[in-house]
Design a protein around this ligand. Structure first.
Ligand SMILES: CC(C)(COP(=O)(O)OP(=O)(O)OC[C@H]1O[C@@H](n2cnc3c(N)ncnc32)[C@H](O)[C@@H]1OP(=O)(O)O)[C@@H](O)C(=O)NCCC(=O)NCCS
Length: 190
């Protein structure tokens, strides 16, 4: 059999996957709501599935963006995670994940969060390896690709600005930052 050759491009729809899981009592915290870590783990799983389908290779998670749990998820709800590749670089992919939770008794569906996982494809030697380009099939695909470019630019700017601010942070010069904050210094400062 001839060796499998990756295509130059793959459509967004090729990577679209949905993972649905019932929230069982062992997933709950002491307050009876689902642990955020359970959802993060499911998000990582579905991001991996979408990214590795597109890449035709194993992928690793590099960074996670936009994880804000604005509404609690309850035991008994059916959580669905819809993921697809929104953007590709040379070896990296941005996977968008929409998480919803359905109350099966009422059919009410709430949107709990939308997050973005950056994944990198790896070859058998564990090195980053190129991924196929992305075929944009709809206007939404184009919008998501454009947003991903902006997201990347803002992250890059943020990283650079924060690194500069951090390396220049002289503790004594920055004491004013603590004004009005809920902390107190309990070591001797002289
Ligand atoms: C991510 C990793 C592959 C980067 O390795 P590297 O030697 O710096 O490789 P490169 O510089 O070629 O970067 C590879 C890609 O990652 C992207 N990348 C690297 N760091 C990144 C970051 N912090 N955020 C977003 N993308 C990043 C690069 O932009 C590049 O993308 P591109 O090829 O599409 O342009 C490497 O750090 C790694 O393997 N990390 C561990 C990941 C892992 O194991 N995750 C599971 C957690 S247990």
């Amino acid at each position: 059999m001839p060796p499998f050759v990756l295509p130059d491009f793959r459509p967004v729809s090729y990577s679209r996957v949905t993972l649905t899981e019932l929230m069982i009592p062992s997933y709950a915290n002491f307050g009876g709501k689902i642990h955020g870590g359970i959802l993060l783990s499911l998000m990582d799983k579905v991001a991996y599935a979408a990214a590795s389908k597109h890449a035709g290779n194993y992928c690793v998670t590099v960074s996670v963006d936009g994880v804000n749990f604005m509404q609690p998820v309850e035991v008994g709800e059916l959580v669905s995670l819809l993921a697809s590749v929104n953007y590709v670089g040379r070896t990296s992919l941005l996977v968008g994940i929409k998480v919803t939770a359905e109350d099966v008794r009422t059919g009410m569906v709430k949107h709990t969060n939308t997050s973005y996982f950056t994944m990198v494809a790896k070859n058998d030697a564990g090195q980053p390896t190129p991924v196929p380009g992305l075929e944009l099939e709809t206007r939404d695909d184009v919008r998501r690709f454009q947003e991903a470019i902006k997201r990347r630019q803002f992250q890059q700017q943020y990283r650079e600005q924060f690194d500069n601010a951090r390396t220049s942070l002289a503790i004594d010069d920055q004491m004013g930052l603590l004004d009005g904050e809920r902390c107190r210094i309990i070591y001797h400062t002289d």
